[in-house]
Design a protein around this ligand. Structure first.
Ligand SMILES: *Cc1c(COP(=O)(O)O)cnc(C)c1O
Length: 432
């Protein structure tokens, strides 16, 4: 295996798939060079088709809170596969995972599983509209909620990366019922609800917006979202596809002590298998087919193999001390990166929420999409330097990093050292 082999795969990929990929940011279009093909991965690390080993902070974009190929998850998946790969009928692991989620997020009564986060959000929106009898949905600029038509409006990294505010192929009519507001702007939110509050079916927000950098919101802003929706008879949807089971066992809703009407999950919930879900109050979920008029379905929904991976992931994250240990690892990484930034003299900042982190080449941490520095040339150079150090970061400056339970103190300290070298080189290049 060699660099040549990696290039050969990349050439073949581009012949048979648009941009060589099945999801756009993977193409490395936002950074320099060719993508590394993953050959195999375990824990914090993977080996590329280029024959090199890397420490991975992308972790499949968030699902792998236990790291790659956790041995217990792998065993659970093997056991499930041996009993049948798909039933298309009720089976016990769906019940077990539903119970496990509702035990962690006891503010909800029921849950339905889908096969992706996109489907979960699309369905939750439909349920909100069906339940309220209203059409209008409010989202925030820079929040990504999957690629359902009506939500592809000013939607975060993949789109921000390519500089398009929304997607081709989506009729303007389809987004006519989607209003977009800026994050961290209470006056704009108040004004909108004063004028249109009674038409709003749902307000959807990532409580920890992590798809266009890490745009940490104040608890006051999120509480205002709750108050206004409640006051106007609209539903509040927390899109916890990233934050769920990441920022704490009960996601952002429980960490912040804010009770949304519905929440969507994915990523960690599937432990590396394709899973999404929406959960909520019983009276709302009663609107869903076959109980109610809102249609929602899936051939592979509740797939036993995917449920097995999710169950084991939740079981392991539910062990005493799990989140505390992850927090201390992430804090160690934050310190290491902050020191590297300081010592290099480069203008940059590390933003962190639990085990999510974002390195941005600007002075202060932005809280809204509009205040993100759009010149990503420093990130491109940094990404390339880190890759050559054997550290794999997300291939776009708009993407966050993920610390997993499998990252060791050694990995983290080595990452700090690599960052120091990369940033020092960057500082030299910038002054050269
Ligand atoms: C990843 C993500 C989605 C979409 O999930 P997919 O499984 O990629 O369809 C939706 N919302 C948020 C907040 C996400 O991070």
């Amino acid at each position: 295996m060699s660099r040549a082999e990696n290039s050969a795969w990349w050439e073949r990929a581009r012949r048979v798939m648009p941009g060589g990929v099945n999801s756009p940011v993977r193409s490395f279009q936002a950074v320099d060079g060719d993508p590394v093909f993953f050959a195999r991965a375990a824990g914090s690390r993977f080996t590329g088709e280029d024959g090199r080993g890397y420490v991975d902070y992308c972790q499949s974009w968030g699902p792998l809170i236990l790291g790659h190929a956790d041995p217990d998850v792998v065993t659970a998946v093997r056991d499930a596969v041996a009993e049948g790969m798909s039933f298309g009928a009720p089976s016990r692991r769906e019940v077990l995972l539903a119970e496990a989620v509702l035990e962690r997020v006891p503010i909800f009564d029921q849950i339905r599983f889908t096969s992706s986060g996109t489907e979960a959000v699309m369905s939750a929106i439909r349920v909100a509209r069906g339940f309220t009898g209203r059409d209008l949905v409010v989202k925030f600029e820079g929040c990504y909620h999957g690629h359902a038509d009506s939500l592809l409006v000013e939607a975060g990294s993949g789109l921000a990366t390519f500089g398009t505010p929304s997607s081709g192929g989506v009729p303007a009519d389809f987004t006519r019922h989607t209003a977009v507001l800026p994050l961290d702007d209470e006056p704009a939110l108040d004004r909108f609800f004063r004028e249109h509050g009674d038409e709003v079916a749902a307000l959807i927000i990532e409580p920890v917006p992590a798809n266009a950098g890490l745009l940490v919101q104040t608890p006051e802003f999120l509480r205002r979202c709750r108050e206004l929706t409640a006051h106007h008879g609209a539903l509040l949807i927390f899109d916890e596809v990233i934050s769920g089971f990441r920022v704490g066992p009960g996601g952002a809703a429980l960490s912040l002590d804010i009770r949304p009407d519905l929440a969507t999950y994915g990523k960690i919930l599937g432990g590396g298998m394709p899973v999404g879900a929406f959960a909520g109050r019983g009276d709302i979920l009663a609107a869903v087919s076959p109980l109610g008029p809102v249609y929602q379905a899936g051939t592979l929904s509740g797939n036993p193999v995917a449920m097995a991976a999710g169950l084991t992931t939740l079981e392991k994250t539910g062990r005493p001390g799990f989140y505390e240990e992850l927090e201390s690892k992430a804090a160690l990484l934050e310190r290491a990166l902050a020191e590297a930034i300081r010592d290099s003299g480069v203008t940059a900042r590390i933003v962190r929420v639990a085990s999510l982190f974002w390195l941005t080449f600007q002075e202060s941490a932005p809280r809204s999409f509009g205040s993100i520095e759009t010149d990503m040339s420093a990130y491109r150079a940094f990404h390339r330097a880190m890759l050559s150090e054997g550290i794999y970061l997300a291939p776009s400056g708009y993407e966050v990093g993920f610390v997993s339970a499998a990252h060791s103190e050694r990995d983290i300290l080595a990452t700090g050292e690599a960052t120091r070298r990369a940033l020092t080189r960057l500082a030299q290049e910038m002054t050269a």
